[in-house]
Each structure stands twice: as C-alpha cells, then as structure tokens.
Design a protein around this ligand. Structure first.
Ligand code: ATP
Length: 307
C-alpha cells in the first residue's frame, strides 16, 4: 500500500448522527487532494479523523501506514495541520509562534530558529517576524498558520478551508504559496467549499455531500464525466425563471432552472446563445462559460455549493 491516507468505509457518528457515512479515500504521495462540499458535508469531521484528533466510529483508516487509534502521537509528529480557524497565540510574536510550536515536536532551539526564519520568508512574513500577531491581516495570519504547520517538515499537510473568509488578493497569495509547496513535492490534503480553489489546487478530489462521497477524480475528469464542455447562463425578467424552460427545450443536453437563472448545458455556448436569440427570447442577462466543478456538484446533488 503506497497511500499516505487509506480509508475504507470510514464513519464518524456524533450521538447517533452520522457526519461521515462510510467513505473510501486513497491519497498518494506528492499529490494535492481535496474534499469539496458544502457546509455540513462532513469534510472537517473527516479531516479531524485524519489529524488524529477525533477517533473514527467505524471503518479502516491508515495514515502514513499507521493506525490513528494506536499510533496517534507518531502520526501527528509527521503531520502539518492548518485548522479551519487560526489558533495563533496573540501574546507571542510572529516568530515566537513558530519557535514555541516547534517545542511540541522536540525540535532543538537553534534548528527551530533557523527553520522559522526560512518559513517566514517562504510565507512572505520575514519583515513581520518581531511583531505581535494581533495587528496582522486575516491573510497574514493564515500564511503564518501555514508556516507553523510546516515547522516539523511534515510528510503530509492538512489544510481545513485554507482561504475561507479571505479577500480575493489574500486568497491568491495563499494559493500561490500552496502551489509552491506542491511543486516541492509536499503532499497536501485540503477541504474547501470553493470550486475555484479545488480547480486551482487539487490534482484529485472527492465531492462530498451529506457525509458521502458522490464523485471522485481530477477536476478535468469530473467535469468531463458529469457536465458538458460549456454552459450558457440566462436571466429572464421574471420571478419564475422556470416559465422560460419550455421555450428553451432542445438547446443543449440539459437545462437546470435555479431561482435566479437558467443554465443550459451545451457543447458550444455561442451557438446556443445564437439559438436563444433565434427563438426571439430576450434574457436580461446572458453569458457563455466553460463548465466548472460547481456544475458537477449541481448535477450530482441538485443543489449549488453555496446554497
Ligand atoms: N462535535 C460534533 N457534535 C455533533 N455534531 C457534529 C459535531 N461536529 C460536526 N457535527 C455535525 O456533523 C455534520 C458535518 O460537519 P462537518 O463540520 O464535518 O462538515 P463540513 O463539511 O466540514 O462543513 P463546514 O464547512 O461547515 O465545516 C454537520 O451536520 C455538523 O453539525
């Protein structure tokens, strides 16, 4: 078995409620693997089991070839964990947040100091090394949490919603650093409910909904398997978009009626738009775009990711 994470029939229950409902996962060395799904899908519960902070209720789980029920400390020593909420120490400086954390791993002080300098440069916080954490922006705190997760030179880095709550510029900076880590061969496992994040970062991902995996593959494979090449979005000047669905029949392979727009799944967006106009339909808004993971999610669950 060459997987860094190997799960079969993995289950997490809370007082009779099943948050993770029998999932199978294999994460290979060097890949960036994602859990994509809306709030409540079971992503964090899965990550917490992988991070050895929450024991599985049932099923098989091996992390780095070890059993989290038995080998938690040995596994945690080789993991880097970036939790959903930054839990940095506001009393300490940026640098001290790294060097203090290094003590949990028994890293000698001198080594920890050198690594902290290197990591702060890596996340572009070198100039803030001596400042307190409080005045840092959300994006800086996130980058510091990522640096902290790397202090023990982990084999596997777990990132729970690495860019939730950040503005677009801060998100791109985090993505860029994670991309760099990926290039260095670090195995990344992340959760996200942003389809663009999954598309940008993940080599492979599973789509989760209601505690189950509903699809698995690379972003490209998922789109090829579950959507058309292009999508036309139309917005009509009415409360009920569905009133137009009949008149659009036959354009493309599939129609989805959402509360605020209609989606036509088509091979060629321009051709489809031309046909819409030929039928004398006059949407107030229209655009043709490539299919995305959002479309895959909608197809598989009947809901949008950000419902
Ligand atoms: N400690 C707990 N006790 C009871 N129920 C829980 C607990 N942790 C999670 N749950 C429930 O399990 C389900 C899955 O939650 P989880 O946090 O794993 O989802 P998620 O996909 O990570 O969503 P989010 O993006 O909101 O974190 C939710 O319905 C949640 O309310």
């Amino acid at each position: 078995m060459n997987s860094l994470i190997h799960a079969r029939g993995l289950v997490k229950r809370f007082d009779g409620f099943t948050a993770v409902d029998g999932i199978d996962v294999d994460v290979r060395p060097g890949e960036a693997f994602g859990f994509l799904g809306p709030n409540g899908a079971g992503k964090s519960s899965t990550m917490r089991m992988i991070g050895c902070v929450s024991p599985p209720s049932d099923g098989v789980l091996r992390i780095l070839g070890m059993d989290p029920r038995r080998d938690g400390p040995a596994i945690r020593a080789r993991l880097g964990v970036c939790p959903q909420l930054d839990n940095l120490d506001p009393e300490l400086t940026v640098r001290e947040n790294l060097t203090t954390y290094a003590r949990f791993f028994g890293i000698p002080r001198k080594v920890a100091r050198a690594r902290a300098t290197e990591l702060l440069d890596f996340v572009q916080l070198g100039e803030r090394a001596g400042s307190r954490v409080d005045p840092l922006s959300g994006g800086m705190k996130r980058r510091l949490t990522i640096a902290r997760a790397l202090i023990n030179e982990p084999d596997l880095v777990l990132l729970d919603e690495p860019t939730t709550g950040l503005d677009p510029q801060a998100r791109h900076l985090v993505w860029e650093r994670l991309f760099r880590l990926k290039q260095q061969g670090v195995t990344l496992v992340l959760t996200t409910h942003y389809m663009d994040e999954a598309e940008q970062l993940c080599d492979r991902l599973v789509v989760m909904d209601g505690g189950r995996i509903v699809a698995e593959g690379s972003p490209r494979e998922l789109i090829a398997a579950h959507s058309t090449r292009e999508v036309v979005e139309l917005r009509f000047p009415t409360e009920d978009q569905g009133a137009y669905a009949d008149e659009l029949k036959g354009i493309g392979e599939r129609i989805e009626v959402l509360p605020d727009r209609i989606l036509l799944y088509v091979a060629d967006g321009d051709d489809a738009l031309a046909e819409v106009h030929r039928r004398s339909l006059t949407p107030v808004g229209s655009l043709a775009r490539r299919s995305s993971l959002e479309d895959v999610f909608l197809r598989l669950t009947g809901r949008t990711l950000v419902d």
